[in-house]
Design a protein around this ligand. Structure first.
Ligand code: PLP
Length: 461
């Protein structure tokens, strides 16, 4: 990777001091790194200073390397075999192997991987599915798309994940499944969740759409539940443009998924009498051969990239964890690997002299760090109320069940609200493919903002 050579001597001294001693000598006198009244940091970029990340080394996303990636893709294009065939088969085989799953089915996207999995587990009308509010819309819409009602389990703000301690209180006689979402690439405590599912006889569909290769106790996420769903959309760590996958060890379930994704045509055990024709109501979710060829090219890099992201994330977390008001993600004890689709931390504005999260993010972006505040509160969005008012929901559920006021009250998630509205900050995943020096400079950027929070607040008001 390209080396960043643009540091001033002052930056250099500062950074090295950040790695070691807590105080350092400046020409002007002695100053603590962040607690002193004399500012020890260079000026923040938002106030006209030099950005901390003036020439970062991380790659743009997605990565495409013509020299290694195009040969196979061109072969596919020139063959004229573009509909699902041997390359899709190979991609499925490889993804199943990498995950340690018996079977894999490639589908058009992660959203439809979830839709299909729930449908083929017969989770739908009349059922409730436990899900985290801290997720992408598709987790929740897949539940309602199948006619079931999402029941939100609040998060543990330290892990950003569904809080296992809060699951059992949300179980009712109508609960049919749990959907753990390994959001941001951080693995849910699947050992706990599977034990709860077993005790209450619930199905488990893992939304691993941000968690390629993440692990609990050396077992890949997506392989704990009845089904695991992945996304290969362009922004994702495994980028195909569009694409998704379902993995499972259950042959009959996977045969049904295959049939469903291919108009309901017979496949394996999902077959009736020979020659009888279509066996189930299906749809079409097949990916193309050229998408699979792109996927195979991306797969070749995934392991190494995941390692790099993991090392950089741990290092960056360590560099920023002692800055007051900054709390990096916490992994569950049994997590042996996270995928880091994003690098998340929590921001407490009280520790930054009341500087709002919005202003903090603006200042961090000015330093050259791609970051954002992340999800807003899903459990309060209008799609829920509108679905409750729809003809089909009114047909299948009692008016008591569709009492939105009551539902909203029961589904309050104060910890999620804290993350969404006040604390969460995300750094983009490709940043974690940068150098250690980049990570040092991100830490420096945050310290600069900390030291100058007062002044940044003034120019932002
Ligand atoms: C991206 C994503 C999805 C949906 O995947 P698509 O391929 O975009 O349809 C579902 N759940 C989560 C958590 C995601 O991040």
């Amino acid at each position: 990777m390209k080396k960043n050579n643009t540091h001033t001597r002052r930056d250099f001294i500062l950074q090295n001091s950040l790695l070691g001693a807590g105080t350092l000598l400046f020409p002007g006198g002695i100053s603590s790194i962040w607690a002193g009244s004399i500012s020890s940091s260079p000026s923040p970029a938002l106030l006209g200073g030099q950005p901390a990340l003036s020439s970062p080394s991380w790659p743009a996303w997605p990565i495409w390397k013509p020299e290694t990636d195009e040969k196979h893709l061109l072969e596919v294009m020139r063959s004229g075999v573009w509909s699902r065939n041997k390359v899709v088969d190979l991609f499925e085989q490889r993804w199943a192997e990498i995950c340690g799953a018996k079977r894999c089915l490639a589908v058009v996207n992660g959203t439809n991987a979830l839709n299909a999995s729930l449908a083929q587990l017969e989770i739908g009308w009349g059922d409730e599915v436990l899900v985290t509010p801290y997720t992408f819309i598709a987790s929740v819409s897949s539940i309602m798309f199948n006619g079931a009602i999402p029941v939100f389990v609040d998060v543990d703000p330290e892990t950003f994940l569904m809080d296992p301690d809060k699951i059992e209180a949300r179980i009712t006689p109508r609960t049919r499944a749990i959907m753990p979402v390994h959001i941001l690439g951080l693995p849910c405590d699947m050992e706990r969740i599977m034990a709860i599912a077993k005790k209450h006889n619930l199905l488990v569909v893992e939304d691993a759409c941000q968690a390629w290769l993440a692990e609990i106790n050396h077992q890949k996420v997506g392989t704990f539940g009845n089904a695991g769903c992945f996304s290969f959309q362009n922004s994702k760590n495994m980028a195909i443009g569009e694409g998704g996958a379902i993995i499972s060890n259950d042959d009959q379930f996977m045969d049904r998924c295959y049939s469903f994704h291919n108009y309901g045509n017979p496949y394996g055990s999902a077959a009736g009498e020979v020659g009888a024709g279509t066996v189930m109501v299906g749809t079409k979710l097949r990916i193309t051969e050229y998408q699979a060829a792109i996927g195979l090219a991306q797969l070749a890099r995934l392991e190494e990239q995941t390692q790099t992201r993991g090392v950089n994330a741990a290092y960056l977390a360590d560099q920023i964890k002692d800055i007051p008001g900054i709390s990096p993600y916490r992994l569950h004890k049994n997590a042996t690997r996270a995928a880091f689709h994003l690098f998340p931390f929590r921001y407490q504005q009280e520790a930054f002299k009341g500087l709002s999260r919005e202003a903090f993010i603006k200042a961090l972006q000015a330093e050259g760090v791609p970051c954002l505040s992340g999800y807003s509160e899903l459990n309060k969005m209008p799609f829920l109320k509108n679905a409750f008012k729809s003809r089909l929901f009114r047909k299948f559920y009692s008016s008591e069940q569709l009492d939105y006021e009551r539902y909203a009250h029961e589904n309050q998630c104060p910890m999620n609200e804290q993350l969404c509205n006040r604390e969460a900050v995300w750094i983009s995943q490709n940043v974690l493919l940068g150098s250690k020096n980049d990570m040092d400079n991100i830490a420096l950027a945050i310290r600069k903002i900390y030291d100058n929070a007062d002044q940044i607040k003034k120019v932002n008001e």
